[in-house]
Design a binder for this molecule. Structure first.
Ligand code: HEC
Length: 103
C-alpha cells in the first residue's frame, strides 16, 4: 500500500509547493476557459495557438499577481464578466503551462 501512497503524497506536496496563490485553483477549468475565449486574438498576432504571447522574449507579466491582473484586464476588455475564481483558474492554468512562477 505505501508503495502506491508515497509517490502520490509526493506529487500532491509538489503541487502545493509550486504556488500557494493557485493552491485551490482548477487548472482544467482554466484551460477550457482559455481555449474558448482567449486564443483567437493572441493567435492573430503570434500565430499558432497564440501561446507565443506568454512565452515571448519580454513578457509583460512577471509575477503571479501580475498574471492575475493581466487575466483580469483581458477579461474586462472582453466583457466576459468572469468571477474571481474563474480568473484564478485561468491564471493557474497559464502559470502551470507557460509562466511557471513559484510565487
Ligand atoms: C481582443 C484581443 C485579445 C483577447 C481576446 C485576449 N487578449 Fe490577452 N492580450 C491581448 C493583447 C493585445 C495583449 C498584449 C498587451 C500588451 O502587450 O500590453 C495581451 C496580453 C495578454 C497576457 C500577457 C502576455 C505577456 O506578455 O506575458 C496575458 C496573460 C493575456 N493576454 C491573457 C488573456 C486571457 C486570459 C484572455 C481570455 C480571457 C485573453 N488574454 C484574451 C489581447 C487579447
Amino acid at each position: 500500500m505505501t508503495k502506491i501512497l508515497l509517490p502520490l503524497l509526493y506529487l500532491f506536496s509538489l503541487n502545493a509547493v509550486a504556488n500557494d496563490m493557485f493552491a485551490k485553483a482548477d487548472v482544467k477549468a482554466g484551460k477550457a476557459l482559455v481555449e474558448k475565449n482567449c486564443i483567437s486574438c493572441h493567435a492573430s498576432s503570434y500565430g499558432g495557438d497564440g501561446s507565443g504571447i506568454y512565452t515571448r522574449e519580454y513578457p509583460k507579466v512577471k509575477t503571479s499577481k501580475g498574471l492575475v491582473a493581466q487575466v483580469r484586464s483581458c477579461n474586462t476588455m472582453l466583457g466576459l464578466k468572469w468571477f474571481e475564481d474563474e480568473e484564478l483558474n485561468v491564471a493557474a492554468y497559464l502559470n502551470q503551462t507557460y509562466y511557471k512562477f513559484e510565487k
